[in-house]
Design a binder for this molecule. Structure first.
Ligand code: WQD
Length: 351
């Protein structure tokens, strides 16, 4: 097993992936600024991973843009960092239009600092959290990795820029092992209800918003557009259970560790699209709650349909999604019922 550095390991996808990596026997150093996450998530990761995991995780409260914080993270472990899993970043599409300077600083500037620190500390293996957002308006669906990269919002532009930076670094010197994982729509929660999605403020994404309507925190779902060229007029997305996504990261890491230096670019999606109205109906079934909704105008930057061609991930990783929409809704609802206000419990002693 390996000594890993995880950036953003307390976030929604990061926390679920840290659990999977601990269960796989890895030792983790996390660097986290907790700007959009909670230490409580890490306490619960340890609760789920079991008492022996406590000695296999170290946490550095710091920022990936700060070289001193990165040096601390690379040096704190008892053995050298062998690989990095890079989640830390800003990821709200609408916010990226309002605050591009922060998005470019954190997502690209932070990634550049991280890669520089990796070179200094002799680590050249990285799994990067990319996004299907970089495809913009797809020319065809399902979307393969060869599709045109043409982002339509600053968030997507930053992800595409980091992908390019990774390719340039790999070409500049030998030995780099890089996986660029293009997530479609991550949703759901750990089935225990201890880990889940806890966006700060009003959720921008569909699943947490629907979940908050079901638990009574919001009064109705606003469906952005009922006139899309789809079966029921609402937009279609490829939702992927966060546990499937976490397992995909572990599989990608294993392949990088076993194979020769390369840049591996993969879609992580199910290949199955669901409309907004289908999601609402599925969530009503999972929660046994009637979910009020109104259909309003389309949201800026949305596309009609975004669904992955998942074949390359199956071929290269032997990985594919195992959980369907029913599991996503059931696990989201279990999390939301147990944590109506998210990780509201802030703990003093972290770990
Ligand atoms: C899904 C569908 C909305 C909210 C985002 C970002 C990015 C990426 C994936 C990481 C769309 C509709 C939504 C609501 C709605 N994550 N919707 N009412 O925009 O497909 O992608 O998540 O890379 O964060 O690209 O996800 O959940 O915002 O929207 O009708 O209140 O639900 O129009 O069709 P999106 P989403």
């Amino acid at each position: 097993m390996a000594q890993l550095l995880i950036t953003g390991g307390a976030g929604f996808i990061g926390s679920h992936t840290c659990l999977v990596l601990l269960e796989a026997g890895h030792n983790l150093v996390l660097i986290e600024n907790f700007s959009n996450s909670s230490p409580e998530a890490l306490r619960r990761v340890l609760e789920l991973a079991g008492p022996k995991a406590k000695s296999r995780i170290q946490i550095v409260e710091g920022d990936i843009r700060n070289s001193d914080d990165l040096d601390c993270a690379f040096s704190i472990a008892s053995s050298p960092i062998e690989a990095v899993v890079h989640f830390a970043g800003l990821k709200a599409v609408a916010e990226s239009f309002e605050d591009p300077l922060d998005y470019w600083d954190v997502n690209l500037g932070g990634s550049r600092s991280l890669l520089n620190a990796m070179r200094i500390h002799g680590c050249r293996t990285i799994v990067f959290s990319s996004s299907a957002t970089i495809y913009g308006y797809p020319n065809e669906v399902p979307i393969s990795e060869n599709a045109l990269v043409s982002p339509i919002n600053p968030y997507g532009q930053t992800k595409a820029a980091v992908e390019q930076l990774l390719a340039d670094v790999a070409a500049s010197e030998p030995g780099w092992k890089i996986a660029r994982l293009r997530y479609f729509n991550p949703v759901g929660a750990h089935p225990s209800g201890l880990l889940g999605e806890a966006p700060h403020g009003t959720p921008a994404n569909l699943f947490p918003y629907v979940s908050q309507v079901a638990v009574g925190r919001r009064d109705k779902v606003e469906i952005f557009g009922g006139d899309w060229p789809t079966s029921d007029g609402s937009a279609v997305r490829d939702y992927i259970h966060v546990m499937d996504l976490a397992e995909g990261h572990s599989a990608a890491l294993n392949v990088l560790q076993q194979e020769a230096p390369q840049v591996l670019t993969l879609n992580l999606g199910s290949g199955r699209g669901y409309s907004v109205l289908e999601v609402v109906k599925a969530f009503e079934k999972a929660s046994q709650k009637k979910l009020p909704y109104i259909i309003t105008s389309r949201r800026k930057g949305d596309v009609a349909c975004s669904v992955a061609d998942p074949d390359l991930a199956l071929k290269r990783l032997g990985w594919s999604t195992r959980r369907g929409l029913e599991d996503m809704c059931k696990d989201s609802w279990t999390w939301q019922m147990a944590n109506p206000d998210g990780y509201s419990v802030e703990i003093q002693s972290l770990i």
